[in-house]
Design a protein around this ligand. Sequence first.
Ligand code: ZN
Length: 244
Amino acid sequence: MRHAILGDIHANLAAFQAVLEDIETRGGFDEIWCLGDIVGYGPEPHACIELLQQYKSACVVGNHDWAAIGRIDILDFNPDAARACRWTAKQLTTEDADYLQSLAVKLTRGDFTLVHGSPRQPIWEYLLSVDGAKDNFSDFDTRFCLVGHSHVPLIFRQTKDGNCFVTEIPDTISLEYEKHRLIINPGGVGQPRDGDPRASYAIYDSDAQVIYHYRVDYDIAVTQKKMVEYGLPLPLALRLNYGH
Ligand code: ZN
């Protein structure tokens, strides 16, 4: 089975479609593992939910998904994110909202735990440092954990003595030869923040026991034009150019 690991789509339909097309050229996939924040920031929340629902998927909920359906307070968001969130809430159909409402906070699939933020705090915690990641290895039981939320592709490894180290995610991770427990962030599809504006995602091939990490160009201007047209905050559109 091939699993497309997609995090932080953020209502960026052009990026989402580019990723799906890229996967097709690489042999396709059987199921999407979605790491939350399907909506928020971007201009096409309804279309992204609709497209995701066309595929078999295991999907966890993100903070922006919950904010869009009023399950968390947008006072916790910065002003631009809060404005985008209020706009997003108005674009959702009842079915879209029901779908977001139905999503689990944490899922387990084989050797993998799926969460948006961290295993310890699935909605809110950003895993960007060794100190933060280190304590989180005791909060999941599987060998591997997949996270989103920071939009930065990273891999944390837990050593036998309980220490932890972090690296950029390599193009290929062979799980058969992997001695460590791992927390893996595939990066963001719809709003990358590692200084590379290309959409970031991964494929897990369970037969080969390999995870592949890919970057894909997409038409950023298409997304930006819609954001301007719909009156979404300009800084949210401009940041897509820089991957910040
Ligand atoms: Zn996000």
